[in-house]
Design a protein around this ligand. Structure first.
Ligand code: R5P
Length: 296
């Protein structure tokens, strides 16, 4: 269902503006500030009674603040009499913590989703959640969009589409099938929360140009490791596309240092201002979801 207006959180106003422009939707002004002790204060000033509002806010770094601001904006919209509140979350933080992998860990994704439901969010629009299973963490309906339409324009038929781990194989397979391109996968082992060790390349990459595709780059170790494994297996050149540029400090240097030539991502997490990194806008994708634009 298309909202009648968007509200931007503090995480990515440029994307909210771009979606509003693409979709021809009003952008309702909201202010986000902080009290002296650091508590977040939000206010939606215009009269929004009876309106269907969609709040645009990736819950990217600093994740806790972004998430809380989103919840506060939803609460403010409900308190101001909005008829319906949805949340457009281009990048959903805490997505990698949806199951307890070790005894004693929290189910952070479920908790974040319940917080949004408690704040009055009736629908979530998300892009490339870490796993499809994550949809069930949300108590409200989730429109789970994929970035395929953005990504497919970049590849050439002679590229080998490579998943850097087994978890991303479905995405890489989708791309490879759509392009009638060859497919490969790097078998990876995790030895720690942020440590990935590539084990073996499955598929023929010798003398071929490879495009690694993944949902996100955080430390960049997964992509860098896969790039090195591909080079060792004889790939002639390696490029990488990841949807979410989470990019912890050092990630870009790590990816570049592994010899990755083209680095392509989207603006889902926030503005990306790294020279040499190609950034695809997600605005048209969301406008299309609202039924207000047709993408080729
Ligand atoms: C893993 O399951 C994900 O699909 C990504 O490969 C991973 O989260 C990337 O993280 P990093 O850049 O820290 O290796």
């Amino acid at each position: 269902m298309s909202p009648t207006a968007l509200v931007s959180g503090d995480a990515h106003p440029a994307l909210a503006q771009a979606i509003a422009r693409e979709a021809g939707l009003e952008l309702v002004q909201a202010s986000v500030s902080a009290f002296a002790d650091g508590e977040t204060r939000v206010r939606i000033e215009p009269d929004v009674r009876g309106r269907s509002l969609c709040i645009v806010q990736p819950t990217s770094t600093p994740t806790n603040e972004r998430l809380m601001t989103l919840a506060l904006l939803a609460d403010a919209a409900c308190a101001a009499g909005a008829a319906r509140v949805s949340a457009l979350i281009p990048y959903f933080g805490y997505a990698r913590q949806d199951v307890r992998k070790l005894p004693g860990e929290a189910r952070s994704a479920q908790l974040a989703a319940r917080l949004l439901a408690a704040a009055g969010v009736e629908e979530v629009i998300a892009l490339e959640l870490h796993s499809a299973a994550l949809e069930s963490a949300f108590p409200m309906p989730v429109a789970h969009l994929q970035a395929d339409k953005l990504a497919l324009g970049m590849f050439q038929k002679n590229h080998v589409i490579v998943s850097p781990d087994a978890g991303g194989l479905k995405r890489a397979q989708r791309y490879a099938v759509a392009l009638a391109a060859p497919l490969a996968v790097v078998a990876k082992a995790r030895t720690g929360a942020d440590i990935a060790v590539p084990l073996q390349v499955l598929g023929d990459v010798s003398g071929r140009a490879c495009f690694i595709v993944d949902d996100m780059a955080s430390t960049g170790r997964t992509i860098a490791g896969a790039a090195r494994a591909l080079a060792a297996a004889g790939a002639s050149e390696v490029h990488a596309f990841f949807v979410h540029a989470v990019m912890a400090p050092g990630a870009l240097e790590r990816i570049r240092g592994a010899g990755v030539r083209r680095i392509v991502t989207t603006d889902s997490v926030g503005p990306v201002a790294s020279p040499g990194v190609e950034v695809l806008s997600t605005a048209a994708l969301f406008a299309e979801h609202f039924g207000r634009k047709d993408m080729p």
